[in-house]
Write a protein that binds this ligand. Structure first.
Ligand code: DLL
Length: 445
């Protein structure tokens, strides 16, 4: 295990003590907090009180953690329907921060924090950074967007709580970012994996070899990415790439993160109670089974979330982790139940496409899925960039790679997709969350 010494230091460091609690003690803590939060939501949030009354339940009925499955779910529409402040459980005078998530259509969802909530968030973010082997003395280049998005400020407060030096670069102005990476002795970077790829690429165009920088850790999240993407990132830099997960409705970044073992993300269970459910029936599934992640905030005052359906698909890992943390892990989020698209009757997830594309030699991790409709028939074209060497190769070699990709895509997807190999830098780069799907089916005839 890499970083074993660091992990010993972590275990002995009281900042991360919660990550190493004996399990019975952790479960007792969770139950006490769960009871408190359900009572708070019942007393202060009309929608939650109504739901509990309809289910003929009282907060006092929660006699075990398992009893949580009797509580009603909360869904994204509940946040939209009560826009902007309807789910708040604290008076405005106690709320010190608002964030909002853009959403693709209509009104955003708004989330709120009291001063204590910001304290909890900074704490889980600090523990996240410790989990990536970071400490005081590290210089963290934070390229998550600052603003209504939770990424920038969430990471910022965690880095400050850790005592590291944080550079609040935010998104955009890529060339200035590269100058900072080069000149400021940056040892860790946080941003979306897609933006990091953009930085690496631009740096190389400007003659900077990222492998020569003192960068040790990348804290990447806010969008799905694959193991193949991790391998690509780690091969062209000197850093270890860690997956960090979170969502605005629950807190922002810092719900879960990988440790030195890079084998699943530890959920900060003292603050967030995880369940996996069957997305169709709502039934709770056992550890190990794949389903939709449902989260309950155990200590969020301003906006408690009870059994929030994230739409993110994963499974819980109950087996102990090599790092010694006792908090459970979840598998990397490979997909959301709502980013699936259906083409000619077949269900397709973009992550399946990424895995197939990046497993081939000569492709670059920049691709776009374009759906069109012609005379009533759906078509899928996958544009993927190839390395300059491959692009400059013979037509025969390009044709061979294209055939290879089409065959492996058909094997995974059970459907034919057209592949278009394009020159490096053809596909638009993102500065935040990447958009890989363009669905023109309703625009075409
Ligand atoms: O993306 C919070 C965040 C910021 C997480 C920075 C990590 C780093 P939202 O904008 O509300 O919040 O989007 C949340 O993004 O439900 C997932 O679908 C997706 N997501 C977040 N992290 C990951 C990840 C932030 N590591 C939604 N892997 C979530 C896959 C992720 N998907």
């Amino acid at each position: 295990m890499k970083n074993a010494l660091d992990e010993d230091a972590v275990r002995n460091n009281s900042a991360s003590a919660m990550d190493f609690l004996p399990v019975p003690q952790l479960r007792a803590l969770q139950l006490g907090r769960l009871r408190g939060i359900v009572e708070r939501a019942y007393e202060r949030v009309p929608l939650f009180r109504k739901r509990l009354d309809e289910a003929r339940l009282k907060p006092g009925d929660l006699d075990s953690l398992g009893a949580i499955s009797r509580l009603p779910f909360t869904v994204k529409a509940d946040l939209r329907d009560t826009y902007p402040f309807g789910l708040f459980a604290s008076p405005m005078k106690d709320i010190v921060r608002l964030h909002a998530s853009s959403g693709t259509t209509g009104k955003p969802i708004v989330v709120a924090y009291t001063r204590e909530d910001i304290g909890v968030w900074s704490n889980v973010m600090m523990r996240s950074l410790i989990s990536c082997g970071l400490h005081q003395g590290d210089i963290i280049h934070n390229a998550y967007g600052y603003g209504l998005f939770t990424g920038g400020l969430g990471m910022h407060y965690g880095a400050e709580a850790l005592g590291a030096t944080v550079i609040p670069v935010s998104g955009g102005n890529t060339e200035r970012q590269i100058m900072i990476l080069k000149d400021f002795g940056v040892t860790a970077i946080s941003c979306t994996p897609s933006y990091f790829l953009h930085l690496v690429e631009r740096a190389s165009e400007l003659g900077l070899d990222m492998k020569k920088l003192p960068l040790r850790a990348g804290v990447f999240g806010a969008e799905p990415w694959t193991e193949e993407m991790r391998r690509h990132i780690e091969a062209c830099t000197s850093l270890k790439a860690y997956d960090i997960y979170g969502l605005s409705e629950i807190v922002g970044p810092g719900v879960a993160i990988e440790c030195c073992c890079q084998d699943g993300l530890h959920i900060f269970e003292d603050a967030f109670y995880p369940e996996i459910i069957d997305p169709e029936t709502g039934e709770v599934l056992p550890d190990g089974a794949e389903g939709e992640l449902v989260l309950t905030t155990l200590c969020k005052n301003a906006m408690p979330m009870i059994r929030y359906r994230t739409r993110d698909i994963t499974s819980l890992i109950a087996e102990p982790c090599g790092c010694g943390r006792t908090i459970r892990r979840m598998r990397r989020i490979s997909r959301r139940s709502d980013d699936m698209f259906i083409i000619r009757g077949v269900n397709v997830f973009p992550s399946q496409i990424e895995t197939a594309l990046l497993s081939a030699r000569g492709t670059l991790p920049h691709y776009l899925i374009v759906l069109t409709r012609e005379k009533g028939l759906d078509n899928m074209e996958i544009q993927v960039e190839v390395t300059p060497e491959v692009f400059g190769d013979t037509i025969g070699a390009l044709e061979k790679l294209k055939k290879h990709l089409m065959a492996s895509l058909e094997r995974v997807l059970n459907i034919r997709a057209d592949v278009r190999l394009v020159a490096p830098r053809t596909i638009k780069r993102s500065e935040g969350k990447v958009k890989r799907l363009v669905d023109l089916r309703n625009a075409s005839k």
